[in-house]
Structures are given as structure tokens and as C-alpha cells.
Design a protein around this ligand. Sequence first.
Ligand SMILES: [Mn+2]
Length: 362
Amino acid sequence: MQISPAAKSKSRSPGQSTNVTNIQRRTFVMPWPPHENYFHELVTNLKESQGTLIPDVHQFLQLIEAAAEILKQRETVVNINVQGDEAITVVGDVHGHFFDVCQIFEIVQSYPSDKHKFLFNGDIVDRGSFSTEILYTLLYMLVARPDSMFINRGNHESDYCTNDYGFRKEVLDKYGAPVANGPDPYAACLKMFRTLPIASVVLDTIFVVHGGLWEDLSITVDDLRRMDRDFEFSQSPDVVPTAMMQALWADPHDGRGLAPTFRPFVRKWGSDRTAEFLDTNNLDFLIRSHEVVNEGYIAKHGETMCTLFSAPNYMNSKNKGAVLTIRPKDAASGKIRMNVQSFLAAVSPERYSYAPEGCVAM
Ligand SMILES: [Mn+2]
């Protein structure tokens, strides 16, 4: 890896510093085109640098654009299959917890590879202080191994959330405020977020989406698959596709039917709606994230649905994180195998203050 002292950012004009942490950073160059031989070194170097190492802004932009090109080609609902001894690990919200993402690769004992795929189920940014480290890592892996890395959009992959919950501030802190016609990595990230698929179907039977079910269940998964997903929540309601927006924002409740919630754009859905959705779309199980749960994993609605959350000690709530690894049907049982692994928070450098304290968990 080549490391050079960070060139003084030309894009930062005097008196307009956005640096809130006063951390001295160094730039480095990632081998290009991205290659899996570099995964371990990338993760290790970023981890050891504790947030002080950043790719040069032009390489960050190159990475974001290369990832967006790949993501754009995908359908709005992506089919993912594994066979034989292959596995896929589904990861819930990681919310800027880069040191926990490192831990996840250790726990499952693999980076994305021929044998092991990963599906990050949205909310990779905001809240934690290391969202860009997560992007460097996941996007580099995506570009190097597009067949083994999948990312669903979460409600935080948006202008609406990142403006308030830390990511915008973090990018400005690391790269400085953009000037006219200069590089603007935050804007490039927002554009890339709009290319992220909304949901995935694993092994034709398991639906994976960040929030959950939309209200109009006559809209099927196949309908969703064909929808144009290039939108922001901040657009006017008559152009925002309601079903996709609700898929990123909704929570379940333990009763039946729809129920009110503190969140914008949605209502909670009940167990009868999970049953109807699975039946209509010929699916067996729903994996969603979006809510912190004590053990990182909780099954609901008669074990037909679960919440999976992978950011331990989220906003100091002392919760565990969990990941769920899926393997194809084995000959003996004839069943798809699902294995949950939970974990405590990794040791992480002192928290910075990109995200506001004590506001409602979005
Ligand atoms: Mn969320």
C-alpha cells in the first residue's frame, strides 16, 4: 500500500473549515482495478489507522462511480442463489460501526469469495463515526467481486437521513467542503445510493428488505422488481414510489392489520399481512432490519419473519449484533439451513460527534 501525507485540500478555502475533529489524516492509494487479494490488507490497514487513513478524493470518487455502474445494472429486486457448499451471510444495519464490520468478517471467517457471499441489508451509513471506512471496504469488495457482494438500500442511504444523522458531516470532515466544479464525494455517494437495489430474494424463498412490507400488497415482488428506484424521500409525494419508500421505512407489530408509528411515510404491519405477502409471492420467510433488538436477532409472526440488526451497542443501548448465514437445502433434511451468530461490540476508537445525541432512532 502506498501512503502519502495528505495533500492540503485545495477544495478547502480559509475560514470555511468543516473539520470537526481536528484529526490528522493520511491518504493512501488502493490497488486498481480492485482485487480480492487486497481485501485483508485493506481491512487491516483501515482498522489499524483508527479513522486516520483515507483514499485520495479522486480514488474515492472512482470507487463510488465504479460501484454505481455495477449496481445500476441490477434489478430493483435481486435474485441471489447459493449452491453446494456455498453460503451467504445477511448483515443488518451496521450504521458506521466499521470495527464491527471487521468483526463480522472474522466471525464468519470469510471475505466475499467464490464460496461465501454477503448481503448488507441497508443502513450502512450514519450514526457511527466510520461510515466512509465501511464504504471504502464494501464498495471495493463489490467492484472486485460483484457476484459475491450485495447491498440493499436502507432508509439512511438518502439525502433525507444523511443530512441529519452524521454521514454528510463525516464526509465533509474527511474531505473538506466542495468548491464549484471541484470533487464532491458526498454528492457522489447520494447519487450512488439511488442505484442500490431495494430488496433481494435468496434461494427463491427468502425475501430480504431493510424496513419491511408496503401497505398495498396487491403490488407484488415482481412488480417491485420492474420499478425505477432512482428516487429520494425528499422528492414531492406525487413522484415518490410509495411501495419502495415504505419497504425502506416500515416496522412490524405483534397484532394484526396496520398500526400507527413514530416514523414518517409508513404504518406498522401485522402478522396477517406477513402471511398474505409470503403467500401471494410464493415465499417462505422475510428478513428485515431497521430496528435495534437486544440479541441482534428476533423472530416474529410465527417464525415467518425476523429482525436482524448488526450494530452492537447502538447509541449505547448495550444490544448485541447478529448476522444470519444461509446455506442451500441439505440432502438429509431437505431444508434450507439458517444459522444466527451474535456478537458484542468491537473495541472502537472514541466516538466522534458527527451524529446528534439523543434524537429519535430513525
Ligand atoms: Mn433503518
